[in-house]
Design a protein around this ligand. Sequence first.
Ligand SMILES: NC(=O)c1ccc[n+]([C@@H]2O[C@H](COP(=O)([O-])OP(=O)(O)OC[C@H]3O[C@@H](n4cnc5c(N)ncnc54)[C@H](O)[C@@H]3O)[C@@H](O)[C@H]2O)c1
Length: 332
Amino acid sequence: MRVAVAGLGWWGKQIIGCLGKSPLFEVIYGVDPTPPAGALDFLEQHGVRHAPELAAVLADPRVEGVVLATPHQMHEEQCLAVMAAGKELFCEKPLTMTSAGAQRVVDACRAAGKVLGIGHERRYEECFERVQALIDDGTLGRPLLYEANISHDLFRNIDRSNWRLDPKHAPAGMMTATGIHQTDLCCAFFGAPAEVRAQTSSLIFEPPATDFVTASITFRSGARGAITLLSCTPYYGRVTVFGDKGWVEVVTEGNVDQGRPTVVTLCTGTSEPRQVTVYHPTDTVTANFEAWAEAVAGRRQYRFTHEQVLDNVRIFEGIVTSAAQDGKTVVF
Ligand SMILES: NC(=O)c1ccc[n+]([C@@H]2O[C@H](COP(=O)([O-])OP(=O)(O)OC[C@H]3O[C@@H](n4cnc5c(N)ncnc54)[C@H](O)[C@@H]3O)[C@@H](O)[C@H]2O)c1
């Protein structure tokens, strides 16, 4: 697939590097009206042309697909423009800032018969594929609780004017950074959400930036999710999924780009020996893009259903809404 990658910041460059490794993609444009330092050299090294405007790229018939790695608030409008141009669409997370916006994007994809690519590559981590299998084959029994704490201090020393600390662009602490991957996994494991409550606080950051999020989600099945995100502590990543027959704990030692191992502990009974497995990182970003391309070509189903993508944005919006009202329950 000949694609343009819009947004040449941290993640857009990561994506271009990943797509360059895959025989399924050729990146022909990198789009950014204000390319950050080094981005144009980066494009040259990868043999990719720079385009300042998405509109010009959308008008080029050689472009078959567009990957959006732009600031969150632009996603909805850009997704709709990509659909209107008849191109394939892959959008980074969060898909949109509101569930109404996500619905508009999904409706446009459905109407155009397009597979909506979405940047939740954590689903392709072997550890989480294993958790999904343990749920699907009944090893864990009835799913009861998804408990996660994903915290890091990578944003602690960034410039205060950075969009990542601005609640307009990145509301509810690290919800759009790490939390949205957690809620995506919850939707994959537990299905549709029923209600959510969340609180945020500014214990270290100066308000309005928030550095502490706790969210409690109830799913229609009755299962629950409890997610904590701290922005000012050394990296910590633990997800435990509990069922009535067993639990599985996933502990990661570093953020997505740090290449650290993951230790998975499975318990299937109080007297049973615990099974510990160590997983080493794999290139899940490329795996997600290739799965999307295969689905676009009609060779396999994409892992993310439209309903899951919508549910995830509903949860995200619910967390932001609830946190703004100090934990008021938001019912879906
Ligand atoms: N899947 C993941 O694990 C993952 C990881 C990091 C970031 N992301 C997502 O990628 C997106 C970008 O994040 P980032 O960390 O690279 O941000 P960033 O601020 O480093 O980069 C964003 C870039 O978009 C550019 N831009 C602004 N307006 C544009 C426009 N109209 N057209 C094209 N480009 C435009 C900016 O100039 C900037 O270079 C976000 O949605 C983020 O959530 C996903």
